[in-house]
Ligand binder design. Structure first.
Ligand code: PLP
Length: 433
């Protein structure tokens, strides 16, 4: 058996090496915004898990959770089936009746950035809470602590916002604000694994951090996500809500970890009702699998290398595009060292060309572009009939909706590709003086 497995894995390695990788042909090879960067070790890890038929969450999922929480220096990580699920779980955990007076209740407010990805905001609505939208800054694309402070009202109970395309918001200051006003802080760290603020990893400042492992993200295993926290009590709530809402915390296949499986009375159930089937939350099933976690373990080995590539590519673009007419280049938040998700460009409203023209030109050259996710989310049909509050105005989010896009810095992009992107943008701008 062991010999067969070794032989199969050796073949998998050979198969991987035999995959033809074409060289970069400018104008023909697409320069993508993002994509999975998978190596031999990832393929081997996945096949090994498949050979062992570990199709549900098991030892690899548990190990990934331990190693990922260690990477952040946090006490607990819970794997989920997506970053969106991680956001839903983190916020839902804060509505748990087990938190007593500290729980979030329907109608309570959660401050969030108006410009961004919808599933940072949706859990607020899905839990009957009210988003309070604040505007972001041009250049960093994050809300400032001052804007967040101005948005705090009598019913505000939490701040849940993302580090924009890898660029940390001023999270130490926002965490201090949260402490001062007794608010929860959830860092949507889906786009920022490895980013630093004042030398400390983003995701380690709030009550929760969430991560996505979709292929666009810093490490990937297809679909996946994670909720991280340093608070063991909050971690238990996450685990329960992720796993159908159950009260029991036995691993799959395990029985009676609490040593009182048939010796409890909860709710109005009869005493001794099997703890495995006692539900203390209105939960979901948002679990991941060992097939996913096995690639995750292999990808995690390269998280720093990936971050370096992202930083290098971003720097090459930043230097190469410096000083071009009509383009606002991105800025790291002061005090931060971002592990960039993408390179954000805003075409100045008074530039002699438009974002549409520049994007069409780049796409024509096979240089992929993406919008700043939803731009001003309040302008989308999905939010037309929901209750929210806008603190201040959203004029920058509106500018972003019209004039902003981003291009790739992910580790699959080579120095040669970056040079092609820089030359293309320079050529476009020179033609539009
Ligand atoms: C900031 C942010 N939060 C959440 C998500 C959702 O992650 P997922 O696609 O894994 O659900 C994304 C997706 O890209 C994102 O960019």
């Amino acid at each position: 058996m062991g010999e067969d497995k070794d032989a199969i894995l050796e073949l998998v390695r050979k198969y991987h090496r035999d995959q033809r990788v074409d060289g970069f042909v400018p104008g023909t090879t697409p320069v993508l915004t993002s994509g999975a960067v998978l190596e031999e070790s990832d393929r081997v890890a996945l096949v090994e898990a498949a050979l062992e038929m570990r199709i549900a969450a098991g030892p690899s999922a548990r190990r990934f959770e331990r190693e990922f929480s260690r990477y952040f220096g946090l006490r607990k990580a819970h794997l989920t089936n997506s970053g969106s699920s991680a956001n839903l779980l983190a916020l839902s955990a804060l509505t748990s009746p087990q938190l007593g007076d500290a729980r979030l209740r329907p109608g309570d407010e959660v401050i969030t950035a108006a410009a961004g990805f919808p599933t940072t905001v949706n859990p607020v609505l899905q839990n009957g809470l009210k988003p309070v939208f604040v505007d972001v800054e041009l250049g960093t694309y994050n809300p400032t602590p001052e804007r967040i402070a101005e948005a705090i009202g009598p019913r505000t109970r939490a701040i849940m916002t993302a580090h924009a395309l890898g660029n940390p918001f001023a999270v130490a200051e926002v965490a201090a604000l949260a402490r001062e006003h007794d608010l929860y802080l959830i860092e949507d760290n889906c786009d920022a694994v490895g980013s630093l603020y004042q030398g400390r990893l983003t995701g380690t400042f709030g009550h929760f951090a969430t991560v996505s492992f979709y292929p666009a993200h810093h490490i990937t295993f297809g679909e996946g996500g994670c909720v991280l926290t340093n608070d063991l009590g909050l971690a238990r709530l996450v685990e329960s809500i992720r796993d159908w809402g159950r009260d029991c915390w036995c691993e799959p296949g395990e029985d009676d970890r609490c040593l009182k499986r048939f010796d409890q009375q909860l709710g109005s159930l009869p005493r001794g009702y099997d703890h495995k089937y006692i539900f203390s939350h209105v939960g979901y099933n948002l679990k991941s699998t060992d097939l996913h976690a096995s690639i995750g373990l292999s990808q995690l080995q390269r998280v720093d290398e990936f971050g370096e590539a992202r930083r290098r590519n971003w720097r090459l673009l930043r230097d190469g595009l410096d000083g071009l007419d009509g383009l606002l280049l991105p800025e790291p938040t002061p005090g931060s060292d971002p592990s960039w998700f993408g390179f954000v460009l805003t075409v100045q409203p008074d530039a002699p060309y438009t974002r549409q023209e520049l994007v069409a030109f780049l796409e024509g050259r096979r240089i992929a572009t993406r919008r700043f996710f939803g731009g001003n989310l309040t302008r989308h049909p999905a939010y037309a009939d929901v209750e929210y509050r806008i603190a201040g105005d959203l004029s920058v989010s509106d500018i972003i909706t019209q004039h902003t896009f981003w291009i790739g810095v992910y580790p699959g992009i080579t120095g040669e590709m970056i040079q092609y992107v820089v030359d293309s943008i320079r050529e476009f701008v020179a033609k539009h003086r």
